[in-house]
Every structure is written in structure tokens, then in C-alpha cells.
Write a protein that binds this ligand. Structure first.
Ligand SMILES: Nc1ncnc2c1ncn2[C@@H]1O[C@H](COP(=O)(O)OP(=O)(O)OP(=O)(O)O)[C@@H](O)[C@H]1O
Ligand code: NI
Length: 324
């Protein structure tokens, strides 16, 4: 097995609010091999964006992160946590790239596509005489046939699908080893979403890069991603190959997430929203995050600390102590 491109260990993100410290994500651990796409799923507030921002080290001012995020790019190893921002900045876009949310706003509306490549290339000191050929190559890699014309176009002259290919071309123009996409397509209609994800997954696999894709869409996790991480209450509760997660979900939360999505498809009603607790490091460590919902009463094993990982088959694991 080759060394993973991304190795995240025990990543924790805390937010300082008025008088308390809120946990965004705790103990997030994942690694991605070349060509691998990992989905992160879970309900709103479960810590997906906190994990993504922690990996990118693009955190708001009131946030603090601990743990380790190791990135391998061009034969070099970079530990992003604790690295001074001026050393980290040049790695973004080149070694590690954030795929922006697929909205019209992802492209500058009044600048030709070529200009948007130019600012990227300038920022990363690409020689000027290579800008056009590299822009064309990046667009072609994103499946755009008439790349030279698209490069000269303004965003409003492009269809939504084409604009999205441009965004994906831009995010990979510097051949980053790792892409992080937080809900990349949630603003698009379903048909365009699938086109974008097809391009994204094909380009990542073709380049043998790796991607972390945060999504609310279980279909995306199932059909576009190799592995799935399931989050609940700021912690990862299950991880495994997509087929294992969808065919043999183990954690009671994963099961409820999958059955809620099936029920929603059947009768279009939404599952009941749970009351959110503000999580602290103590409350995360105290019990299974799904304790309130799984029905096992007080004093049971579920309440005796955060369950450790149980290894199942083929890299599939779940953080569970009870047999619910
Ligand atoms: N800037 C912030 N300041 C304080 N708390 C925050 C901040 N950002 C996130 N949180 C808290 O961290 C927890 C995790 O939030 P996060 O945004 O990571 O979840 P998410 O899974 O991405 O949710 P969504 O699906 O709604 O995007 C939540 O309790 C949230 O309230
Ligand atoms: Ni989010």
C-alpha cells in the first residue's frame, strides 16, 4: 500500500463562544489513498464542516484545532496543524484545494475565465507564457471540449453545468493531491449535481489525487465515493467502504439515517429534528453520542463513556458498545 496523501489523526476543533467552549468535531481520524474519494455524512451540526475546515486549516477566529493533518505532495510531507499561516497559505490551491460550493458565486461574474486562471497562476508563480496552455489543459481535464473558447468566455455566457466544470478545472489546475469539497453541489438541480460529481470523481481518480466530499446526499456518498464516514454529535460513529455502510450499516445512528432517507423518499415527510445539545469535550467523552435517541436507558453501557471502535470486515468499523 502506498502512503496516504492525507492522514488526519485525532483532529479536534473547538469554538470559543461567550462563556463556553463548544466542540465542533472531536477525534476526527481518516486517511485517504491516491485515487480515493471519501464522503462525510451526518445530520446538520454533526461536525462535518468543522472537520473540513480543520483539514484545510481555514477556521474562524474563535476556533482552535488540535491533532494532526499530514499532507503528502510532490514527495514532501506537511503537518498543517500548528504550521505558521504564511507557510500554509502557498499549499492551498497547490497541495490541497478547497472546491467551493457550486453556486454562480464560485466564479467572479465580470471576469473572463482566463483571468480567473491568471490570478491562480500568478499567485503560485506559474510562468506567464504557460497560462493559456495550462488553462486549456485544466479545462480539458474537466471534460470541456472547446476549452479555448470557454477560457475566453465570461461566466454568464456559460451554462450552469459548464460553469461548474470550470470551477472543478480551477480547483485542480495546480494538481493538488487533496481536494476538500463541503457540499459542493447542494445549490444545483439534481441532474447538474450528478454531472458535476461525475467530473469531480473522474478527475480526482484520473490524477490519483484524493478527495473528501461532505454531503447531505446519501446517493452521492453511495455512488461517487469509495468510503463513507458517518458523523453524529461531533464524532465519527462509523466508517467503511460505501457498500458496507449502505448494505450492512452497524451503528444505530447510521441505521436511522438510512431508514429516514428511505422513508423520506417514500412519503416525502422529514424525520423529526432532535433537540441539539451544545457539546463540550466532557459531554462528548461521557457517553455514546446517540444515547438520547437509541432508547437504551440510564446506567447501560451506552452511558459509560464514548464507545471505542469495533472492527468489522474489510476496514468497516463502528464506534459502538451496545448491540442495539
Ligand atoms: N463559528 C462557530 N462558532 C461556534 N460554534 C460553531 C461555529 N461553527 C460551528 N459551530 C458549532 O459546531 C458544531 C458542528 O457544526 P458544523 O458546522 O461543523 O456541522 P455540520 O455537520 O457541517 O452542519 P451542516 O450540515 O449544517 O453544515 C455545531 O454545534 C455548531 O453549532
Ligand atoms: Ni456544514
Amino acid at each position: 500500500m502506498t502512503a496516504p496523501l492525507l492522514e488526519v489523526s485525532d483532529l479536534t476543533v473547538h469554538y470559543q463562544t461567550g462563556h463556553s467552549t463548544v466542540v465542533g468535531t472531536s477525534g476526527f481520524t481518516v486517511s485517504a489513498q491516491p485515487g480515493e474519494i471519501i464522503a462525510v455524512v451526518g445530520e446538520s451540526g454533526s461536525g462535518k464542516s468543522s472537520a473540513a475546515a480543520g483539514i484545510m486549516q481555514l477556521l474562524p477566529g474563535n476556533a482552535e484545532s488540535t491533532g494532526s493533518v499530514v499532507l503528502r505532495h510532490d514527495g514532501e510531507e506537511h503537518e498543517l496543524v500548528g504550521m505558521p499561516e504564511r507557510a500554509r497559505r502557498p499549499l492551498r490551491g497547490t497541495a490541497l484545494s478547497l472546491v467551493p460550493q457550486a453556486t454562480v458565486g464560485a466564479l467572479h461574474p465580470t471576469r473572463r475565465v482566463s483571468k480567473q486562471f491568471a490570478s491562480l497562476f500568478r499567485a503560485h508563480s506559474v510562468p506567464k507564457d504557460e497560462w493559456t496552455s495550462r488553462g486549456v489543459a485544466a479545462l480539458e481535464a474537466a471534460g470541456i471540449a472547446d476549452a479555448a473558447r470557454v477560457l475566453r468566455s465570461y461566466p454568464h455566457e456559460l451554462s450552469g453545468g459548464l460553469a461548474q466544470r470550470v470551477v472543478i478545472g480551477l480547483s485542480q489546475a495546480m494538481s493538488p493531491s487533496v481536494l476538500v469539497a463541503d457540499e459542493p453541489t447542494s445549490a444545483l438541480d439534481v441532474r447538474v449535481q450528478r454531472q458535476v460529481l461525475t467530473v469531480l470523481s473522474e478527475t480526482v481518480r484520473a490524477r490519483q489525487a484524493a478527495a473528501i466530499v461532505i454531503t447531505h446526499d446519501l446517493g452521492v456518498a453511495r455512488y461517487f465515493c469509495d468510503h463513507v464516514a458517518v458523523m453524529y454529535g461531533a464524532v465519527m460513529v462509523e466508517f467503511g467502504p460505501s457498500a458496507a455502510i449502505f448494505d450492512a450499516p452497524s451503528h444505530p445512528y447510521t441505521r436511522s439515517l438510512l431508514s429516514a432517507s428511505t422513508a423520506r423518499r417514500a412519503d416525502s415527510s422529514r424525520p423529526a429534528t432532535r433537540v441539539k445539545r451544545r457539546l463540550t469535550e466532557e459531554s462528548v467523552a461521557a457517553r455514546c453520542p446517540f444515547f438520547d435517541a437509541c432508547g437504551h436507558g440510564a446506567g447501560t453501557v451506552c452511558e459509560q463513556g464514548l464507545p471505542g471502535w469495533q472492527e468489522l470486515d474489510g476496514g468497516h468499523r463502528a464506534r459502538r458498545s451496545c448491540d442495539a
